[in-house]
Design a protein around this ligand. Structure first.
Ligand SMILES: Nc1ncnc2c1ncn2[C@@H]1O[C@H](COP(=O)(O)OP(=O)(O)O)[C@@H](O)[C@H]1O
Ligand SMILES: [Mg+2]
Length: 371
């Protein structure tokens, strides 16, 4: 059973000894619930004190006294179930906080301010991003045929991911629903470090979201294996860029046997991409090298981004459109995803649950591919 089903609905409650009012539920995926919270500026002295209160709040640091300057300040509060063994080894369960706070100073990582434990739940307090995720921005069409905007946003996100790696933090679950953007689709901020690790080389397979995982990181039941978490992040960034340009998922999962699309890609490379998606030939060439089966042959994220930034256009132009396949036309994107032909539509994660259908999503593929 997904953990969120076992998390309470606490909209309208006060938490952290009354310092935060949970005004609105904003999203949930598999492990947590996110709330928009308003800082009340005071703490109820009679309420059960929360343990491990950290210094996110200016009210908290002013000896719990009322402070009018902080009233109405808005935060995002993430609630996770506190595991039973928390008291025995809290460090394990503070991992998400530890990883996220290590990289939270970067302008393209969501700023994390503190955490506390209350009523048997673990809470993280971070900056609230009102405009939603990259999924919403992609579906709104803000990037459509705007190569300059896509390159800029992708470049900023690359900067954040490489910064995380420099700090020894590998995200392992990069995808559009873990990137928050502003109204114009700019200034991306990476979030959800729930699967992050400090180890580049990992032997525990199967971490991440299928559509964004490298072939070597799947657990195919074939015994022990290992993969690079850094390379997993590179790959997920490539898929995310593909989503931004095409509004579609390139495949459901990069397993040549399980997903026929990836199998066809491996056999036909550029042709597969050029015939099905409205991308420029140079970008198709770059992707054909980037999504290769052999990890050592793939360009690094730094190289990939440098190449992307050099491309004049990420979209197919008027001349090339006549030599490419039917899937590359600009107009057919949404229609094709509805009729099952061609490529999977970008999975909707507007309600957060990976792959779950929600209002407004037109694709029947939602239950399979994941953002
Ligand atoms: N700081 C934030 N501001 C606004 N919305 C957020 C913020 N962080 C997360 N969200 C929303 O909540 C959803 C779930 O958050 P996430 O951290 O991915 O939880 P989970 O650990 O359950 O996957 C995200 O997809 C996004 O829509
Ligand atoms: Mg998540």
């Amino acid at each position: 059973m997904p953990v969120i089903k076992r998390l309470p609905e606490i909209t309208g409650d006060y938490v952290d000894a009354g310092a935060l009012y949970l005004e609105k539920f904003i999203g949930a995926e598999s492990y947590a619930k996110l709330y928009k919270a308003v800082e009340t500026g005071e703490v109820d002295p009679d309420s059960e004190p929360s343990s491990r209160r950290s210094s996110w709040s200016s009210a908290a640091s002013s000896s719990f006294s009322s402070s009018s300057s902080v009233v109405n300040k808005v935060w995002a509060v993430k609630i996770l179930r506190k595991p039973k063994s928390y008291e025995e080894d809290p460090a394990i369960y503070e991992r998400e906080f530890a990883m996220h706070s290590r990289v939270s100073s970067h302008p393209n990582v969501v700023s994390l301010h503190g955490h506390f434990v209350e009523r048997g739940y673990f809470f993280l307090v971070m900056d609230f991003q009102a405009m939603g995720t990259l999924v919403h921005a992609i579906r709104s069409g803000v990037y459509q045929r705007n190569s300059a905007l896509i390159k800029r946003t992708f470049g900023q996100l690359t900067d954040a991911v490489l910064f995380c790696h420099k700090q020894g933090v590998y995200h392992r679950n990069i995808k559009p629903s873990h990137v928050l953007v502003d109204y114009w689709g700019c200034n991306p901020c990476l979030t959800d470090f729930g699967l992050a690790t400090t180890e580049d080389i990992n032997e525990q397979l199967g971490f991440g979201t299928a559509a964004y995982m490298t072939p070597e990181s799947f657990d195919l039941g074939a015994g022990p294996g290992s993969y690079s978490a850094a390379r997993s992040d590179y790959w997920a960034m490539g898929v995310t860029l593909f989503n931004m340009i095409t509004r579609q998922a390139v495949w459901y999962s990069a397993r040549p046997v399980e997903d026929v699309r990836y199998g066809i890609f491996l056999r036909h490379r550029k042709r597969y991409l050029r015939d099905r998606f409205p991308i420029s030939f140079p970008f198709a060439r770059l992707c054909s090298r980037f999504f290769t089966l052999e990890p050592a042959e793939r360009p690094s994220l730094l190289e990939f981004n440098e190449q992307v930034q050099k491309l004049d256009d990420l979209y197919i132009d008027e001349i090339d459109v006549h030599t490419a396949g039917p899937g590359c036309s600009q107009t057919g994107l949404v229609e094709r995803s509805r009729t099952h032909r061609g490529s999977p539509a970008l999975p909707c994660a507007s309600r957060g649950v990976d792959g779950a259908a929600s209002a407004g999503c037109s694709s029947v593929y939602l239950g399979q591919a994941q953002v």
